[in-house]
Design a protein around this ligand. Sequence first.
Ligand code: SAM
Ligand code: CA
Length: 220
Amino acid sequence: MSRRTTVLTDDLYDYFLEVSLRESDVLRRLREETARLEKAQMQISPEQGQFMTLVVKLIGARQALEIGTFTGYSALCVAQALPDDGKLIACDIDEEWPSFGMRYWAEAGVRERIEFRSGPAIETLSDLIHEGLEETFDFIFIDADKRGLDDYYQMSLRLVRRGGLIAVDNTLWHGKVADDAVHDDDTMAIRGFNARVIDDDRVDLSLVPIGDGLTLLRKR
Ligand code: SAM
Ligand code: CA
């Protein structure tokens, strides 16, 4: 009986993918094209994408929001889990990277489900609040600049419905959060978020050690 999370060696990780990863052809091609970009490491891993697809289906989400889209891999994972009349609002400060992913969204038949909004996330989230969309989202994925994390989390708590889910990416931050010698702004932002959220009684939570750490927070 195991008392801690199993560490994934390279061999075990290969096995894990071999026996559980079901990545569609469209997702694989989007990942391969993204891999040629300098910033490719920003994309979530395929097993995390598959996990998010499953979670979004499990909670029966219809309205979803993504903060930080990059080339659209995670957006496609979420959108394909929504019903035909479901909607994902995906936002990014950059317009070029998401436009790259839009071709794949179309190919996967989910382009109509995704509304892309460009601009700083803080402005997009304020707009959504002013449009009367508080407490309407079933699922929100936070994966933009880490310095904005606290603001994105507080605004997401207003936008998500009771019983809805917020997923915060990179909460293990390649181990830097647990290294006292590291004090850069991004690490401090994630470390601070992790330290505060464990005492946040507005949510139930679990930090899932998949990808670079994915904290799931269910609004009470
Ligand atoms: N979720 C994406 C995926 O898995 O493929 C990866 C997102 S990437 C880690 C972070 C994204 O946040 C980048 O595309 C970047 O342009 C965007 N970003 C950075 N600062 C932002 C801001 N202030 N507002 C909105 N998006 C921002
Ligand atoms: Ca990420």
